[in-house]
Design a protein around this ligand. Structure first.
Ligand code: COA
Length: 286
């Protein structure tokens, strides 16, 4: 068992710092933990284009012990995913502590610094995506997730049985709008169809709808005619798209994602209030 001081700041040689530039040792830990050890990943920049420090809203909190970086996290503005009146929010992600330094409360020191920083920067809330809720709940994060995820089956698809990315990408993909792709994905295309647009991801096995733009009936037409027999859908609970697809005979099997946590930084505002004002897609996650 590793040592765990009652208060991790008792470790006198521990320094927590904040920078707009990402530390090389931290980046190597991120690559090892979230990609290499899970047998996935293109390059860090392909998944998180802001990670090199080019996005001014991106901040890295790192923890050094004895002068060596042993942990860190990233914080990035995600206000664009909120309703206009909701105020500014930031997302936390890529929280990692070097394996031999775990269990000492270091992730807590990183999170506390990130929370203080968000308060100083007048954010109204912080959000993150995790299946490890116990790591974050002691600091005030609550599960408040509006996302649903599941499979769509089309018994008689109009499209041939190949990936929509293979069929559409060369003529339609717009690489100028590149938000980065989630760690599990290998490929992304923005596909235009009549007056709507779709963002589709692939993990090498399945096509996965990430975002849509345009009139609902046009989007449903595009999905019914372009997607293969079986595909994955990321959406929001109660989204009209779900009913629209079902009314066209597609079979949906959706489940709550249970990944997004929220922390309100404003007294009187609940985490669920912030969640209800968010319109996050899978591309906003870090
Ligand atoms: C998760 C991680 C950052 C925790 O760092 P840490 O410094 O060891 O964590 P702490 O010592 O501050 O532990 C804080 C609490 O988190 C919880 N926790 C730690 N690791 C956990 C894990 N892998 N799963 C679930 N809960 C965990 C524990 O409840 C712990 O509290 P307790 O032991 O006092 O009950 C670290 O284990 C890590 O780098 N893991 C790999 C990367 C990762 O999974 N990051 C989080 C992705 S969302």
């Amino acid at each position: 068992m590793s040592r765990k001081p009652q208060n991790a700041s008792d470790d006198l040689d521990v320094v927590v710092s904040v920078s707009h530039t990402s530390d090389e040792t931290y980046l190597a830990m991120v690559w090892q933990e979230f990609f290499l050890s899970r047998g996935r990943g293109l390059t860090l920049g392909a998944h998180f284009p802001w990670i090199s420090g080019t996005d001014p809203s991106g901040v890295f909190v790192t923890l050094a012990r004895g002068g060596k970086v042993v942990g860190g996290l990233a914080l990035i503005d995600r206000s664009s995913a909120m309703s206009k009146e909701a105020g500014r929010v930031a997302a936390i992600g890529l929280v990692v502590v070097r394996p031999d330094m775990r269990g000492r409360g270091y992730s807590g020191l990183l999170l506390k610094r990130a929370i203080d920083l968000a308060k100083e920067s007048n954010y109204v809330g912080l959000t993150l995506w995790t299946s490890k809720h116990a790591v974050y709940s002691p600091y005030g994060f609550e599960l408040a997730d509006e996302a649903v995820f599941g499979t769509v089956r089309n018994a008689s698809p109009a499209a041939e049985e190949t990936s929509i990315l293979v069929r559409c990408r060369h003529e339609d993909d717009d690489r100028s709008i590149y938000p980065g792709i989630p760690p599990f994905a290998r490929d992304m295309a923005r596909i235009r169809h009549r007056t709507c647009a779709l963002v589709v991801l692939s993990d090498g096995k399945d096509d996965m709808l990430a975002e849509t733009e345009g009139p609902l009936s046009e989007v449903a037409d595009a999905l019914t005619s372009l997607m293969p027999r079986h595909w994955m859908l990321n959406s929001t609970r109660g989204s009209p798209l779900l009913g629209e697809l079902e009314s066209r005979g597609l079979q949906l099997d959706m489940q709550a994602s249970h990944l997004q946590m929220w922390m309100s930084l404003v007294p009187g505002v609940a985490a669920s209030d912030l969640a209800a004002k968010g319109h996050f897609s899978v591309l906003d996650r870090i």
